[in-house]
Design a protein around this ligand. Sequence first.
Ligand SMILES: Nc1ncnc2c1ncn2[C@@H]1O[C@H](COP(=O)(O)OP(=O)(O)OP(=O)(O)O)[C@@H](O)[C@H]1O
Ligand SMILES: [Mg+2]
Length: 253
Amino acid sequence: MAKIISVTNQKGGVGKTTTAINLSTYLVKMGKKVLIVDLDTQGNATTGLGVKRSLLNHCIYDVLVNQSKVDQVLLATAVEGLFIVPSTIELAGAEVELVNLEQREYQLKNALKEVENKFDYIILDCPPSLGIITINALCASNSVIIPLQCEYYALEGLTALLNTLTLVQRRYNKDLKIEGILLTMYDSHTSLSHQVSGEVINYFKNQVFKTIIPRNVRLSEAPSYGKAILHYDPSCKGANAYHSLAKEIIANE
Ligand SMILES: Nc1ncnc2c1ncn2[C@@H]1O[C@H](COP(=O)(O)OP(=O)(O)OP(=O)(O)O)[C@@H](O)[C@H]1O
Ligand SMILES: [Mg+2]
């Protein structure tokens, strides 16, 4: 049975997709079979793994709204052992269409049941919102990774996110856990990064991953080549950090 992990934070640009792609590829490198589900209309996980969105006939929208089988929508990526349920711009309609469905919170959970025994991990790349798509992800998940950017406004919105997690735990998914808070884009040259990470660790203690993701330009270049960092520059600091994160996640098993 796969462990299902949401990478979530309604704040935009904090490193959700970068984490979903690179954590997944290192899990694969460590022998795991992994499925990424792109739940964002922006489709950054899809394109970041080299999948051409314009050529797709089906996407996660069909799974959420038209009850398509995950098996029929998932694609192999260039990385052996890594599969993706892609997203296209069509997903934009899902928020509205899901509203009328019964069991709308459980569409993704029900769909993933059919592939759960084929993967070790299913990583859900959430959009920057707390709407029904993110609720679907949280209902389907065993745990969440919350990336936090080491910047001044890092903690802004965190209360809303934690409240949403509590609500989902109470109403839909009592077993949902926090896998960890992940500090991202850490810049060792600034005292701000140091200060923010210090405060987060002080407050959330062992809920924070030991691995801290550094700000590393190689991580931001890789998606434009449709590659994960493992295949773009496996020796850079960012690559080492995501490798270490994958080890922490496996150690949590
Ligand atoms: N550790 C890092 N060092 C340098 N750049 C990074 C790092 N992590 C992410 N980036 C870059 O920052 C931008 C935002 O990252 P990413 O797309 O992963 O965030 P996101 O939370 O998924 O954003 P969104 O909320 O829009 O989905 C991207 O251009 C990405 O390449
Ligand atoms: Mg993203």
